[in-house]
Design a protein. Structure first.
Length: 310
């Protein structure tokens, strides 16, 4: 195991990266996200021995947004099996922005290229078992409660409603997927599940524990109980490497080399076998939609502690 990072060190690195927030911009295409404070900053490292080091405003909650795509994928794989899921969603990176629509038309039969872009993630949300949206979201929340051992985690209804009302592009993707039989049932209900899934509220401590569970090959950090199979945890981490940072995934792999998933709320979750989980929150985003300070902090951590998996 690599040396542990101390709380003092983490705090001083947060101070170092804090000014970079000014190079980014808080997402505003989901109106409720524009209320986030661009200067908020927190980070947590969850080691596999159940030790969590954290710094900054660690109690501040933020919504998972695209980070939820990794968790929803794990649940959809457990619900349906690998064959079913990957018959409907591909495994290839796109190099396109996360909400891009145009590649959907390039393949016949239509198939979103991967579960980390919105088209693929919407299809994955549609696959989560449950008789209605509330049951599906409830199952996803229970899964997250299990992963974090924290039953207080819930949906930020204000953010969910704000996205639901303004999600014209995601609706378009869903109608396209519906036309081509990639999804079952109702477009509006699937969008309801997806927007609530994206609006699950966490803090960095909770998120770093989810990252640690993936790093721990799907086993609970405290009890060692298996929550996700090793194989499915590996699939999720591989997608984090190839597509987790949207169309910046290639540069991120070269510079930082850690499986990671970001969301437009400014959260980033990283997961490193043999090390643990890392979560950073800083809502100012670069032009690709990744947290500026989150990326910077992970770069420092990776360089100083030689964390790259490559
Ligand atoms: N990149 C993201 O975090 C996108 C998630 C967001 N809910 C959306 O679909 O637009």
């Amino acid at each position: 195991m690599k040396d542990k990072i101390t709380k003092d060190t983490l705090e001083s690195w947060l101070d170092n990266v804090r000014p970079y927030a000014h190079d980014g911009k808080v997402a505003d295409y989901i109106p409720a996200l524009s209320q986030q404070n661009p200067d908020d900053l927190s980070a947590a490292i969850y080691y596999l021995d159940d030790d969590c080091i954290h710094a900054g405003e660690v109690e501040t909650c933020f919504t998972l947004q695209s980070i939820s795509k990794v968790i929803a994928l794990a649940l959809a794989l457990m619900d349906n099996g690998e064959e079913y899921v990957f018959n409907r969603v591909g495994m290839e990176p796109t190099g396109d922005p996360f909400h891009s629509i145009y590649r959907l038309e390039q393949y016949r039969p239509s198939k979103p290229l991967n579960p980390m872009i919105n088209a693929g993630a919407l299809a994955v949300s549609n696959m989560i078992h449950g008789d209605n949206p509330a049951e599906k979201v409830g199952r996803l929340l229970s899964f997250i409660h299990e992963m974090t051992d924290d039953h207080s985690i819930g949906v930020n209804e204000e953010v969910a409603a704000s996205e639901f009302q303004s999600a014209y592009l995601n609706r378009s993707l869903l109608y396209y997927l519906k036309q081509h039989d990639v999804i079952n049932g109702s477009v509006e209900e699937t969008l309801d599940v997806y927007t609530k899934q994206c609006s699950i509220d966490v803090n960095v401590k909770q998120l770093s524990r989810i990252g640690a569970l993936f790093a721990n090959e799907g086993r609970d950090i405290k009890s060692g109980r298996r929550i996700i199979s090793k194989h499915f945890a590996r699939i999720c981490k591989t997608f984090m490497v190839t597509c987790g940072m949207y169309d910046a995934s290639g540069a991120f792999a070269i510079k930082i080399g850690v499986p990671a998933k970001s969301g437009v709320s400014g959260g980033v979750m990283a997961s490193l076998n043999g090390f643990g989980g890392i979560a950073v929150y800083g809502p100012a985003l670069d032009e690709k939609g990744n947290s500026v300070v989150g990326t910077k902090l992970l770069e420092i951590l990776s360089n100083r502690y030689d964390l790259s998996i490559f």
